[in-house]
Each structure stands twice: as C-alpha cells, then as structure tokens.
Ligand binder design. Structure first.
Ligand SMILES: [Zn+2]
Length: 106
C-alpha cells in the first residue's frame, strides 16, 4: 500500500525516536512505498566495502540508512519549531502544506 508521507525530499526534519533522537537533518530521499526516508547524517550505517573490480579501493564507508518517516517531525523553515504539518486547499484548488505552529505555508 502506498503511504502518504507527511514530509518530502528537501525538508529539514528532527528525529523523535531512536538512537538519533533530537538530531536534525535534511531529507535526501523518500520512499512512499515503504514509508521510509533517508536523512542527511541520520542513522549512519557502516558498510565494509570490498574491492570487486581492479583499481577499486576497499574500505569502510559510512552511509545513511533509511528510517521510518513516522520517526521524524518536520522542522518549520519559517519559525524553526518542530511541528505538525497541516494541509489546506486554496481557493484555486491548490493544496498547500502549512505549519500548525505559525500557520505559514510551507
Ligand atoms: Zn512554523
């Protein structure tokens, strides 16, 4: 089932649970199918990379692993608070998101 994510790529979010609680980062990518997102600097996973091709260097790389979108809250770019996102329909039919703290459109 496709889930509607409250947040989207490029949003700054704050983690509300897990080992990266209270950290903030920018969403690098989102996957509505799994309900997961990848956030810059959050949930870093260590991968051991083996050289597979000639000339390739092996080593340890750090990479963000996906987390559930439900584990984050949007940080409002207008008021800076971690907030819940509301949606409203403008008179011309366009749907906009807005901050429930300061009521600014996002
Ligand atoms: Zn706000």
């Amino acid at each position: 089932m496709k889930m509607k994510l409250k947040v989207r790529t490029g949003d700054t979010v704050k983690v509300i649970s897990g080992k990266d609680k209270d950290k903030k980062g920018k969403i690098l990518s989102s996957d509505p199918k799994s309900g997961k997102i990848i956030v810059e600097g959050i949930n870093m996973a260590t991968k051991h990379k083996k050289p597979r091709k000639a000339g390739e260097v092996g080593g340890i790389i750090h990479q963000e692993a996906a987390i559930y979108a439900a584990k984050v809250m949007l940080v409002c770019p207008k008021c800076g608070a971690s907030t819940r996102v509301g949606r409203k329909v403008l008179p011309d039919g366009e749907i906009v998101r807005y901050c429930k703290k300061c009521n600014e459109n996002l």
